[in-house]
Write a protein that binds this ligand. Sequence first.
Ligand code: E4P
Length: 217
Amino acid sequence: MKFFVDTADVADIRELNDLGMVDGVTTNPSLILKSGRDILEVTKEICDIVSGPVSAEVVALKADEMIAEGRKLAKIAPNIAVKVPLTWDGLKTCKVLSGEGHMVNVTLCFSANQALLAAKAGATFISPFIGRLDDINLDGLDLIADIRTIYDNYGFETQILAASIRTANHVAQCAMIGADVMTAPPSVIKGLASHVLTDKGLDQFMKDWAKTGQKIL
Ligand code: E4P
């Protein structure tokens, strides 16, 4: 499963990329706001760091304006994936931009039928939001499994990009189900290294080592 990092924070992207943990990046208008940066400038900087797909989201609501925005965003770098919302106009935009050879990430997906439409419109990525479904007491992971089944049934090549990931369990379960990609905030990716038994075991090793009186260096 590929790891995308869900942030527009360049320092975090650089740190994780240096460790080989970044196969791509996803941004959205809220993350651009959080970064305090200009969308074109920060997206270019991210594309210079990361060689994989970098999602940049359109903000228009009508297809003709979305298409124009998408074309402008796609000019930033060859690895831009234009992110469009899962609306009828977003699907029209997806069809046009994917037909022009651009990568398209269809976002804000909350149902299997929406994912089916995105695949038929030629999406490169479909982004089902797990955490936001969990927030309203539905099971976001069930949606990932349903989309996996549907795409495999018909051989759709659209990649399932599990989004709105909040926990380590989301990551492991997405990998078990067979999501192609997951995108998570840097804190969640770094948190995957933590385990209470690792901390406990290391503490015991350090105590016992101190008792040996030895040094390696
Ligand atoms: C990714 O493309 C989404 O923008 C992101 O994962 C949303 O996550 P959130 O629901 O935690 O804001």
